[in-house]
Design a protein around this ligand. Structure first.
Ligand code: UDP
Length: 233
């Protein structure tokens, strides 16, 4: 039985369950971009993101990366451990794109010499600004050890997902992760989906992610479906 609505975000709703340490995530079809300025709907996105995130969390679990994921309940719902979210978005990049290309003037598609980790302050009113370890300390968002853990864990996730995706002819360009605390443990949270990653076909560089929506490229639902089909194998 789905309980009380605890929180509604841009792409998901969180519901209480009978268990105090577990919540239900409901994946919506709503899509936003540019800090909420662009709004729309992507048919079946909630179903596909729930399915794709579930596959990724299951894969990561087999490789020793703990997350909030417990199980997929149905098409649009996932059961997860309740977390106190750390207000830092961790972005890992392998190939220049998006805001990195704008910031440094690097053309989209430029291979980086090694993965680049970035931290953003999770604050909608400020538009999620880029921050460094000094800002994290000044804002009291995490201790230095915790921040080091977020970076190293995110690099491990990058290794695992990059290899898994390349075997499915997809380049993992970049992605965003969020973490939270459950007792003293820091667990990976949120979702891992075409909403939060850039996926490019490894042969054609065709975009298979939310950039199709952000940039009005068309074929948005088809791209999400294609990602699910490749991951399902
Ligand atoms: N990203 C995200 N949520 C955000 C910002 C970024 O999931 O609020 C993801 C985005 O999908 C991409 C990566 O993080 O895979 C890097 O995004 P970037 O900084 O290039 O920002 P964007 O171009 O999306 O504004």
């Amino acid at each position: 039985m789905t309980g009380k609505l605890l929180y509604e975000g841009k792409a998901k709703k969180i519901f209480e369950t009978d268990h105090p340490y577990e919540v239900e995530v409901f994946y919506k079809d709503d899509a936003t971009a540019f800090n909420g300025e662009k709004k729309g709907q992507i048919n079946s996105k909630g179903i596909l993101n729930n399915a794709i995130s579930s596959l990724f969390f299951e894969l990561l679990d087999t490789r020793g990366i703990q997350s909030h994921y417990i199980k997929k309940i149905d098409d649009r719902r996932m059961l997860v451990r309740k977390l106190k979210i750390i207000q830092i978005e961790v972005v890992v990049r392998n190939i220049a794109a998006g805001s990195l290309s704008q910031r440094l003037g690097w053309p989209e598609g430029k291979e980086l010499p090694g993965p680049v980790v970035e931290f953003y302050y999770k604050d909608d009113a400020l538009g999620d600004p880029l921050i460094n370890d000094y800002h994290v300390a000044a804002l009291g968002l995490a201790t230095p050890d915790e921040l080091a853990f977020l970076a190293s864990q995110s690099l491990k996730v990058n290794e695992i997902l990059s290899g898994h995706l390349l075997a499915r002819k997809v380049r993992l360009v970049d992605f965003k992760l969020e973490y939270g605390k459950s007792d003293q443990d820091i667990l990976l949270g949120d979702e891992i989906s075409p909403d939060t990653c850039r996926f490019w076909d490894s042969e054609t560089n065709q975009k298979l992610d939310k950039d199709r929506f952000r940039r009005d490229l068309g074929g948005v639902e088809e791209a999400y479906q294609e990602m699910f089909d490749r991951l399902r194998g």
